[in-house]
Design a protein around this ligand. Structure first.
Ligand code: UDX
Length: 434
């Protein structure tokens, strides 16, 4: 049985390590963050991801899964998965590859002859080629492959163990064989396998995320047109989605995409296309990004229509801080961005989220966070529904009407039952619905 190492233990790495251990492999997870490692070794996940903590605890208890800060512990491993982050650079659109470069530099001296380093992080095309040359200088007996990861937060375990495809960028048959051995049980279940060269494998990930971002911004552009013409984007999305060539998924109009992937990936892709002399090819992504950012501004416009231009002293209740439900991730969260902008405009903003209050507070300590929905909405001039957690759909609009100052709700995710709220006497507004 192969032994595996996983470098980086964030959403991607922690999930990958636990999932690979559940397939029966011995896995050592490595991270530079001592506190994170201690938690993981106790079977505790330092972020919220449904199903992951149970899996992690079972795997740590099985003895197959260990975490460490010591890179020397990977010396017996046959495959090393690089799962570190590639955030947007502070001074531009490009991806910051500091952590990827550092992990290759840390793994290379300890990797045994014949072992395979497999990048899973999302990187600009050409990175794997550059890293392979870097690797050859330090340890020529180790090969590099790229195996992009498509997991969604909130479904990380399921997406890792039951992916809709496996893509491997390899430069030898041997590398492909090793990866086939790692994923043998998934292949037996019929998961499609795609062998590619290194640049194609890197591109598959950013192309997929660009397509998804485009789909969301497309429907949000239609929402703008619906607003201008009196149409209803939710009906429009349903109707076009029945065409199997279009498909109904990722056509949920609202305040748009955020998180640690889609926004930074399309920006890094644009930056890379410019370096490649192919800027024009991805010019459309600039518009995708603009449409996405405009959706946030449109919510603020709707707020002003109802409670006035001057927001000073107005109480605004924001339901949701995470970038999407079933996650506590607030990176580039559209909901939090709107809350911050309203607060900067002088409003008294109260934010609720079932899981993301602590991470949100760590970034925006000046906002007022509420542990309960009741506390959040008490005395509100308007409620904004900005992350579509199930508990918000279960709110009884009649029951809470007496707790607010003005019964006005803006559904930034088109996920609430409009008729229910209107029947209960609320003024109901949503993006893309007249
Ligand atoms: C995404 C990709 O889906 C995944 O394959 C990749 O590996 C990482 O990036 P994730 O960031 O977890 O995953 O979130 P995703 O479910 O794609 O949602 C991204 C954002 O788009 C969220 O803010 C979500 O609220 C928004 N969204 C999604 C919409 O606004 N409308 C939709 O119809 C779908």
């Amino acid at each position: 049985m192969l032994k595996l190492s996983v470098i980086g233990t964030g959403y991607l790495g922690a999930t990958h390590a636990a999932a690979m251990s559940s397939l029966g492999f011995e896995v050592v997870g490595v991270d530079v963050d001592q506190k994170k490692i201690e938690l993981l070794n106790q079977g505790k996940v330092p972020f919220y991801e449904p199903g992951l903590e149970d899996l992690l605890l079972a795997e740590v208890n099985s003895g197959r899964l260990k975490f460490t800060t010591d890179f020397a512990q990977i010396k017996d491993c046959d495959v090393h998965f690089i799962c570190v982050g590639t955030p947007q650079k502070k001074d531009g659109l490009a991806a910051d590859l500091t952590y990827v470069d550092a992990s290759i530099a840390s793994v290379a001296p300890h990797a045994k002859a014949g072992s395979l380093i497999v990048g899973k992080s999302t990187v600009p095309v050409g990175t794997a080629g550059r890293l392979a040359s870097m690797l050859r200088e330090v340890n020529e007996k180790v090969e590099l492959a790229w195996n992009p990861e498509f997991l969604r937060e909130g479904f990380a375990v399921e997406d890792t163990l039951r992916p809709n495809r496996l893509v491997v960028g390899v430069t030898s048959d041997r590398a492909e064989e090793i990866l086939k051995e790692v994923y043998a049980s998934l292949l037996k279940d019929g998961v499609p396998w795609i062998r590619a060269d290194l640049p194609t494998a890197e591109l598959v990930k950013v192309a997929a995320n660009s397509f998804l971002a485009t789909k969301i911004s497309f429907i949000n552009a239609m929402a703008e047109i619906c607003e201008a013409s009196g149409g209803d984007v939710t009906v429009l999305a349903k109707a076009i989605g029945y065409d199997p060539r279009i498909g109904s998924r990722f056509l949920q109009a609202g305040i748009g995409f955020g998180g640690g992937c889609l926004p930074k990936d399309i920006r890094a892709f644009m930056a890379r296309s410019e370096e490649l002399g192919a800027k024009q090819s991805l010019e459309f992504l600039r518009e995708i990004d603009s449409i996405n950012m405009r959706a946030r501004a449109r919510v603020i416009d709707l707020v002003r229509i109802d409670i006035g231009q001057d927001l000073k002293g107005k109480k605004i209740a924001v339901l949701g801080a995470a970038f999407k439900p079933d996650s506590d991730d607030v990176r580039d969260s559209p909901a939090l961005d709107i809350a911050v902008q309203l607060s900067q405009a002088g409003a008294n903003v109260s934010v609720h989220d079932p899981k993301a209050i602590e991470p949100a507070r760590a970034r925006f300590a000046h906002l007022d966070f509420s542990e309960s929905i009741e506390g959040c909405i008490a005395g509100a001039d308007v409620i904004l529904h900005l992350t579509e957690w199930k508990i918000y759909r279960e709110i009884n609009p009649s029951a809470i009407k007496s707790q607010v100052k003005q019964a006005i709700i803006i559904d930034g995710r088109n996920a609430l039952d409009r008729d229910l709220w209107v029947k209960a006497g609320w003024k109901f507004r949503a993006l893309g619905r007249a």
